[in-house]
Design a binder for this molecule. Sequence first.
Ligand code: FA5
Length: 346
Amino acid sequence: MIERLKNIKEEVLDKIDQATSVDGLNGLRVRYLGRKSELMVLLRKVKSLPEEQRKEAGKLGNDIRKNIEDLINEKVRSLAVGVRDHVIDETLPGKKIQAGKHHPLTLFIRKIKDIFDGMGFEVIDGMEVEIAKYNFDLLNIPRDHPARDHWDTYYVTGGRSTAKTKEPGEQLLLRTHTSPVQLRSMLQRKPPVRLIAPGRTFRHEATDASHESQFYQCEGLVIDEGIKVTDLIGTLKEFLKNIFNEEIKIRVRPEYYPFVEPGMDIDIMCVLCGGKGCSVCSQRGWLEMLGSGMVHPTVLKNMNVDPKKYSGFAFGLGIDRLMMFYYGVKDVRLSYSGDLRFVNQF
Ligand code: FA5
């Protein structure tokens, strides 16, 4: 019996080695370990062997059975992994790869930068966490000035500021507009300057189709000898013509901003409704697009620029609203919804 058991072992090890499929291995399992298999029949006969052979044959038979079982299981596992990792079924349809998309605001800001770059403007960055001195005081809006009400401000307590010049007791805030960049840019420059600074701004206000509590502005600043209001209007018209590839109807309204004199708001005729009135323009037919004006002499002095020699204009363009016009987006809040169905359209 011992000889036969050893033969069975050799035979089955050979077959396991040659097996190439899980089905084949399961067949070997039935053939060599099944109730009616030769090995099992021999094992059942062990108890009738003479005493001196019984122990050796019983141990050998059980070891062989366990060995066969382990080897079959191991090979089944390795074949299954092989199927998962290495075998390619070329007839299966390919997996769809989700390509990333740029947000429409990113695309639009790039377009704005390109156009101003082409018009000879420098493009600079500002800080989102500012100090009150640059967001308000040096822009001719001292503490207690009623104009501060126009900008519903998120003040920041604790935390670290990106504003390196923070002095003790200085109030930190999320900038309410990009205008502080005017002052900061002039810390390192002398006229003539021609620059834009696109970036995020924050206001604590109720949201609707054209108002968000975070939105993008693009500050513009030009300072040189003999700069006039007509330069401001001409620059903005040229910019809009470049964006839309056509002449865009604008209207200029006097507006008060403490850091410019005279100050004005510039509206664009709503291209979504053709001036008839819709939800985006609040039924007015016009959409307020930017604030602007001639830099106030006090602000020029705060920039260390001599107002007797130089003059300048500044503007703060609402990027989100212009982007809405450009792409035909009806609600500014979609930009910040995180909804990929929105982003995937651009
Ligand atoms: C200002 O913020 C001034 N700093 C602009 C300025 C710069 C004036 C330089 C003079 C000289 P205003 O609050 O009007 O102005 O905002 C400017 C533009 O930002 C608006 O015309 C509008 O297009 C956009 N804007 C304002 N509030 C929101 C908002 N809640 N959501 C989306 N866009 C907004």
